[in-house]
Ligand binder design. Sequence first.
Ligand SMILES: [Zn+2]
Ligand SMILES: [Zn+2]
Length: 450
Amino acid sequence: MQLFNTLSADERAALIEASGKQRLTLSFYAYAKIEDPKQFRDDMFVAWNRLEVLGRIYIAHEGINAQLSLPADNFYKFKDQLDTVPFLKDIRLNVAVEHDDLSFLKLTVKVRDKIVADGLDDATFNVMDRGIHLGAKEFNSMLEDPNTIVVDFRNHYESEIGHFRNAITPDVETFRGSLPIIENQLADYKEDKNVLMYCTGGIRCEKASAFFKHKGFKNVYQLEGGIIEYTRQVKAENLESKFIGKNFVFDARLGERITDDILAQCHQCGKPCDNHTNCANEACHLLFIQCDDCKGSMQNTCSTECLEVVQLPEDEQKARRRGIMKGNMIFRKGKSDKLAFKQSGELSDTALAVAPKVKGARNRIRKTLIGKGEHYYPKAEVGQFTIKQGELKVGDRILISGPSTGDQQLTLGVMRVNGQEGDVAKAGDKITFNLPFRIRLSDKLYKILE
Ligand SMILES: [Zn+2]
Ligand SMILES: [Zn+2]
């Protein structure tokens, strides 16, 4: 019985690409009493691994919280499997708006004390006494009520790229940290206001709404299934989306577009932009917003310090990582003095720009798939690609495209074909050429047809 992943993330990515199967990204959660989380974890791992599920799943005595992707072909088998577990029977699955075959690269099922790190002592209040669940239509009409205040229960880097109009968007870094701050901020509204809560998929509000009722708030409502389910209902019922911008998500996509309003700015140059990225310096990995121009000139790093680090030889970078730069330097969420245009706290509802229609924009470029990314050598700033089909010549316009890389166009200058300088590359060849930005294994290489 295999209970753990045996493949590396890179090997997984290669396998997914090779299988050619479209994957669905989805999430679900359930609060339910699980007597033996460890046994449950092992059972689920075996069943889901068989269905080629990838993702991040937390299991605790209090329930399950799952974010995952699976081959679209296995969707109904997966639902059948969930139906064998009494508290997961007919559970609502939040299916993502946008799909990326590489949203998750392995299956991780972990046993935790809690399925959400809320910092609450559940014994001190009735966790079952929750706020009233509202669907998209009811949520919209409740928003029209002047007696309503709407509160975003997510963190600053999430609300920065998208939120409900007029929402209170606390400047908080963790859910745990947000609860006392929000309680303080809303102290005057306990008796007579409708408090409308929302989060990404609904799970954070389940516990928070009960906690706020316990704290004396009389009229507590929560968005059923969060922004993800709201968006689905808005589309299905043709409603107005009062959520504007992008919904931040916790997989490799980092966000899915809900409306074409761009509310945020590139943290480095201030240009309207709502694409999050992680600093390419592994010792930093700061989450921040970066436009394509800055991504190119800064090599996907957050600061001149990090830009210097990524130029160092790999072993020197590793040595540094072992040193003082560890600890809370790693995986900081979007706050650094180096970022001149970072916004949090009170956010504007005014769009700074309109996002181009992704599909339309892509269609306007006539292109043909030539190959895929293989490797990036940061020291030499060289990208390596494998040619899968067709032919590529020096002087061709090319497009490199992927979820982290975005869409990068350039003209092919000097290249090496199978290690030798060459002018033409054909199917099966490996080519390398200079690139000012990092590429990923999942990136696709296109020839642009003029
Ligand atoms: Zn920029
Ligand atoms: Zn950095």
